[in-house]
Design a protein around this ligand. Structure first.
Ligand code: ATP
Ligand code: MG
Length: 436
């Protein structure tokens, strides 16, 4: 018997209810997924975050079910018995039942997906949408992925940091910043941690940050949001190739852990074969020049120095289907802080990591010489006086350094085979959406 005072506690989660408990008394808590009324008895299917349990309600307890609606929160205690239903080895014969929180009817959507809802409608009621275990699983996976990334980076002596998201000047140039009222002045939301993470390696040697960033781009694509999470690293005394190796290690470790999770039967939203297929021994590296040649051969008309259009990237994505790096981009296509390639001043020591057409990472070696950095700022038409706080740091003994930024949401698209970034972000923000 559950103590009346203790009605919000449970003895077991759904996943723990199995034949080893036959004859035992348990209490569970969850929401009503289904009510199967067959006259003298009612089968209630109760789901919690871990799984689903069948319960059997009979006799005087049927009274409690009078106004019961699907998705109401309920606690049940009872005895485990062998069941007859083909989906459940055991069931709980109800001894005590309490409806704790009644769900309204009709609900704005059906998380069990009997009636399919559009992505937009699902996001309008996201908290309820997550009661669909396949959808909840995406975010459990996202949590595991960040955990794996953290552990790889920490084992490589990176220190996790948090840099400001409210910034005083448009740090990297470009017009895609949100501005906010900040007391009597104007501030901006950070579009990346780039300048701060570079400053921090002056003393901390290796840093990483996992945080949201903001871009006021009026893009209407399935891969851009106004707010997205980036995993950023920066490291002293590493070059572009070193940090590419590290990106490769991070990604392959994430894939390996996912494969283990899947082998243990741990995920409903991932396909083991497709993840195993992504896991190659290493990630191919192609130069920008090689990609231009390939694309021109395929009928695209690209001059050396042009950026790749969406259609070029899609074509490249058809040729190289999995992960691959594009290295040595023309310097003029890259931000001012990117270092030129030694001996080839029109090229840069930089790379993007692609998955098919989708860009996941941008990275490279940075300038550490303050005079060269100042000149690059001027060359790109930016005003160096806006960068004085940053440039002075480079006069205090700045080591050579390299780094990258990996879009976590885009990585989750790849891992879950989602076609729209909104599927893998809890509360997406775009030009059309600021709620919920
Ligand atoms: P794209 O060319 O796809 O717009 P970008 O080159 O502007 O991306 P970077 O500034 O290089 O993006 O940012 C590093 C990474 O952050 C990208 O490779 C991507 O994974 C992620 N990212 C950038 N902008 C967005 C966005 N608006 N929404 C989601 N992820 C983003
Ligand atoms: Mg980029």
């Amino acid at each position: 018997m559950i103590d009346e005072k203790d009605r919000i506690h449970r003895s077991h989660y759904a996943y723990q209810i199995d034949t080893s408990l036959v004859g035992k008394m348990v209490s569970i808590a969850g929401w009503v997924e289904e009510i199967r009324d067959i006259g003298k008895l009612v089968f209630l299917l109760i789901r919690d975050v871990s799984g689903i349990v069948q319960t059997v309600v009979t006799g005087k307890h049927l009274e409690a079910l009078k106004d019961l609606t699907r998705h109401s929160i309920i606690t049940i205690s009872g005895t485990i018995q062998i069941g007859k239903a083909k989906d459940f080895d055991v069931e709980i014969k109800v001894d005590q039942i309490e409806i704790i929180s009644r769900a309204i009817q009709p609900l704005p959507l059906d998380p069990a997906n009997r009636i399919e809802s559009s992505l937009d409608k699902r996001i309008d009621s996201r908290a309820l949408d997550l009661r669909n275990p396949r959808i909840c699983e995406i975010f459990r996976l996202k949590s595991s992925v960040t955990h794996v990334v953290r552990s790889v980076l920490q084992s490589e002596r990176f220190i996790e940091v948090l840099t400001p998201k409210i910034i005083g000047s448009a740090s990297e140039g470009g017009a895609n910043l949100f501005s906010v009222n900040y007391f009597d002045t104007k501030a901006f939301l950070a579009q990346s941690p780039q300048l701060y993470k570079e400053q921090l390696i002056l003393a901390m040697d290796r840093v990483f940050e996992i945080a949201p960033y903001f871009r006021a781009e009026k893009s209407h694509t399935v891969r851009h949001l106004s707010e997205f999470v980036s995993i950023d690293i920066e490291a002293a005394f590493l070059d572009s190739k070193d940090v590419m190796d590290l990106a490769e290690k991070v990604l392959l470790t994430v894939l390996d852990r996912l494969i283990v999770t899947l082998e243990e039967g741990g995920s409903v939203s991932l396909n083991k074969e497709s993840i195993a297929e992504l896991r190659k021994p290493s990630i191919e590296r192609y130069s920008y020049k090689h990609c231009v040649d390939i694309l021109n051969h395929e009928g695209e008309q690209i001059e050396y120095g042009d950026d790749f259009s969406d259609s070029s990237l899609r074509k490249l994505g058809q040729i190289y289907k999995g992960f691959y790096f594009i290295t040595e981009w023309p310097l003029k296509l890259k931000p001012f802080y990117i270092h030129e390639k030694m001996g080839e001043p029109f090229l840069s020591e930089s790379f993007d990591l692609q998955f098919g057409y989708l860009e996941l990472i941008s990275g490279g070696r940075r300038h550490h010489d303050s005079r060269k950095l100042r000149q690059r700022i001027i060359d790109q038409g930016l005003d160096p006086s806006r960068f004085e706080d940053h440039l002075r740091v480079f006069e205090w003994g700045m080591p050579p350094h390299s780094g990258w930024g990996l879009g976590l949401d885009r990585l989750m698209m790849v891992l879950t085979n989602a076609q729209n970034i909104r599927e893998v972000v809890l509360y997406p923000r775009d030009t059309q959406r600021l709620h919920p």
